[in-house]
Design a protein around this ligand. Structure first.
Ligand SMILES: Nc1ncnc2c1ncn2[C@@H]1O[C@H](COP(=O)(O)OP(=O)(O)O)[C@@H](O)[C@H]1O
Ligand SMILES: [Mg+2]
Length: 510
């Protein structure tokens, strides 16, 4: 942390422990879950305000003669004239490993039926992001288990990669797949007991979703054995906008605990479009002036101060990481809206999903041309990088060629070969939901493609062939894929062994 940032942090912490700052005022107006309070001259931004009946609010608007305060919980129990008191505490949430396997609300209270949260530590929901000095560039992979992503748009620990697309294009599925894959890798790592193995814990923040959707997600995580490594923070659509506004920061604080304690965590914000809408709602009630698309002027800062808190820390700072996968929902593929452009500019790349592809059955519906990972390739496993280096270009060229050669009858041999390869790559990348593939098996499949073994198989049978090869590489070919995983590189020796295994598979498949 830079010296100035550290000073500010200290100042905030000293303020928040100074119990003598209590200050009593009164509610002057109360509407839509927002109270205007006067008499709180010493209030801090984001300070918790206590109302009668154990109801809390947070001070969001500090004006000359009054304070705008959003109520957390049931505002209908309050009335004008009620007392309001500063607490000297910034809003904070419980953190630590006791939150794994739990479902909590925007201020960290359990909403599952597993009893109280086992935690003796709290982190403020808003914190200044790590500065430049303690950070390190991304150099360890965070595998999604999705071939199209791990090969072409690889993500590294500490990276912020946006998942963007219209409604129902598979955004949530990609995020959940990634969480499930971390759980699988964690289990494998725990079994093989490597000393420098670092598990990745996940936090899934659901903002403004239907309760039934969140319930389905939790069920999927449980069925795939991922819940024990995961915390779900939920502020459903039915919740007041204050909770929806807070949930991402609360989740982030829980992720920061891992970051600060030298561990690795992944956080998914599903989604930040709804988060921005909740913030707009609060801002309108607080009578803040509105700007583009009726969002308040500081909506960029809303998301930048959240996403900046994801980082990869260097050795001296404990080596921890917090990777973020924010999700944005677009309208009719329009990425030029206010919120999408903001978040695109804050993140280190985006996975862009297309409705057209999705409807054609090309799932995950990743757009090759519009998706990019600006830092993750530095973290890609060497063996995989070797075999996947060309695939993005091949696929991009294929999409272009396919578009303007569809009416062409006599193609030259080179163009035809490019088209054939492209069509097979498209098939290879098709992957169902919730079945992440380990990177060593992905490497084997990609190697097989790049070494022409699929060329003699009909395009319509490629999906079946790929499934059969994955199965083979995880069973009969396990020796060589284990070696790829342990070595992390494709030495000549391993490559030879892989070739023999693939030849065996090909014979059995034909
Ligand atoms: N790779 C996939 N293969 C098959 N079905 C998928 C795939 N990805 C998503 N789906 C299905 O498509 C639907 C929409 O996916 P979802 O992730 O909820 O979209 P979004 O979050 O973009 O609205 C879900 O029913 C999901 O199961
Ligand atoms: Mg979704």
């Amino acid at each position: 942390m830079s010296a100035i940032a550290e000073l500010i942090q200290k100042e905030i912490e000293s303020l928040s422990t100074d119990a003598t700052r209590t200050n009593v005022g009164r509610i002057t107006t109360l509407a839509d879950g927002v109270a205007r309070v006067d008499g709180l001259s010493k209030v801090m931004f984001n300070e918790m305000i206590e109302f009668p009946g154990d109801i809390f609010g947070i001070a969001l608007n500090l004006e000359e003669d009054s304070v705008g305060c959003v109520i957390l919980g049931d505002a209908s129990a309050l009335k004008e004239g009620d007392e309001a008191q500063t607490t000297g505490r910034l809003l904070s949430v419980p953190v630590g490993k006791g939150l794994l396997g739990r479902v909590v609300d925007a201020i960290g209270r359990p909403v599952d039926d597993k009893g109280p949260i086992d935690s003796n530590e709290n982190y403020p929901v808003e914190r200044i992001a790590p500065g430049i000095i303690p950070r390190q560039s991304v150099d360890q992979p965070l595998q999604s288990g999705i071939m199209a992503i791990d090969s072409m748009i690889p993500v590294g620990r500490g990276q912020r990669e946006l998942i963007i697309g219209d409604r129902s294009t598979g955004k949530t599925t990609i995020a959940i797949d990634t969480i499930i894959n971390q759980a699988k890798i964690n289990k494998q790592g725990a079994d093989s007991g490597g000393e420098d193995f670092r598990p990745v814990y996940s936090i899934y923040v659901a903002v403004g979703q239907k309760n039934s959707n969140v319930a389905r997600t939790i069920k999927t995580l449980e069925e795939n054995g991922a819940m024990e490594y995961t915390t779900v923070v939920t502020a459903p659509a039915a919740d007041n906008p204050a909770n929806q506004y807070l949930a991402p920061y609360a989740g982030c604080a829980m992720g920061e605990w891992f970051l600060q304690n030298g561990q690795d965590a992944l956080i998914v914000y599903d989604d930040l479009s709804k988060h921005a809408v909740a913030y707009r709602q609060i801002s309108l009630i607080l009578k803040r002036p509105s700007g583009r698309e009726a969002y308040p002027g500081d909506v960029f800062y809303l998301h930048s101060r959240l996403l900046e808190r994801s980082a990869r820390l260097n050795k001296d700072s404990g080596n921890g990481s917090l990777t973020a996968l924010p999700i944005i929902e677009t309208q009719m593929g329009d990425v030029s809206g206010y919120i999408p452009t903001n978040v695109i500019s804050i993140t280190d790349g985006q996975i862009f999903l297309e409705t057209d592809l999705f409807n054609k059955g090309i799932r995950p519906a990743v757009s090759v041309g519009l998706s990019v990972s600006r830092v993750g390739s530095a973290a890609q496993v060497k063996a995989y990088k070797k075999v996947a280096g060309k695939v993005k270009l091949q696929l991009a060229q294929f999409r272009e060629l396919a578009a303007f050669s569809q009416f062409e009858s006599d193609l030259d041999a080179a163009t035809k070969a490019q088209l054939d390869r492209g069509a097979r790559i498209v098939e290879m990348f098709k992957q169902g939901a919730f079945c992440p593939v380990p990177v060593e098996i992905q490497t084997g499949v990609m190697w097989t493609m790049e070494n022409d073994f699929f060329d003699s198989i009909e395009v319509t049978r490629i999906t079946e062939a790929v499934e059969s090869l994955k199965e083979f590489l995880g069973s009969s070919g396990k020796d060589v894929t284990d070696k790829i995983r342990k070595e992390g590189n494709l030495t000549e020796e391993i490559e030879e062994e892989l070739r023999r295994a693939v030849e065996d598979w090909k014979r059995s498949f034909a």
